[in-house]
Ligand binder design. Sequence first.
Ligand code: BJW
Length: 221
Amino acid sequence: MRVVVLTGAGVSAESGLSTFRDADGLWEGHDPMQVATPEAYADDPGLVQRFYDERRAALSRVEPNAAHLALARLEAALGDDLLVVTQNVDDLHERAGSTRVHHLHGRLRSAWCTSCDDRHEWDGPLGDRPPCPGCGARALRPDIVWFGEIPYGMDLVERALWSCDHFVSIGTSGVVYPAAAFVHWASGRTLELNLEPSMGASDFAESRQGPATHLVPGWVD
Ligand code: BJW
């Protein structure tokens, strides 16, 4: 039984990380969605670096929740037959024990040098313009996929979706493409687990509503 799980910000909400579109309010007076763009980075790199530096620092203050842990248990049972595709840039799936995790929109704990094109594991801030450990250029940016940029590993994701028996979408609003279209690409039975019906809820064979920490263990176990 081959299973593809797509996760979004809702799976990490109960760990204490804000979602995007439920977020009540602004970050330093800015809509987070306006900060997560190449245009914002070109206009004010310091502002965008600060946004990601704060979110990277916040990772050390949060822990995986029951939903992440349940997905790790599912991997222990299914092995290579499970792929978790996450839109999240946090590392909570990995810290829960999942190893087959694909980060569609990049990772906070990775820095990308736009001079030499290398990527480096990164835990500290980038806003003070540290040099690239590879080439020395001060050209490191967050290794994050912004609007208009191409999500990572689409070939791998498409192949997994075309050959899966089950596709389960967890904690995502279904607003951002291409992830919002995965339900149409999946060959298997489709299930949505979300706090409320997402934009695409009617495209799923089944849709269940509730907090991820309740729904995901219930589905897995
Ligand atoms: C709970 C819960 C709990 C809360 N339990 N649930 C017009 C039409 C169609 C497409 C486009 C268009 N114009 C432009 C586009 C393309 C664009 C796009 O989709 N725009 C839309 C806004 C319309 N997409 C892109 O540009 C993408 N690239 C692209 O398409 O390239 C072309 C290409 C594709 C494929 C192959 C080849 C070429 C790139 C998208 C990059 C997205 N980047 C961001 C920011 C960076 C990451 C970061 O900073 O963290 O990624 S945007 C932001 O949204 C972030 C998220 O990963 C992403 C999705 O958000 P998510 O996870 O769904 O969060 P929320 O907040 O929206 O929803 C949370 C949900 O959880 C809610 O439903 C809650 O109810 C629920 N919830 N608590 C369970 N406890």
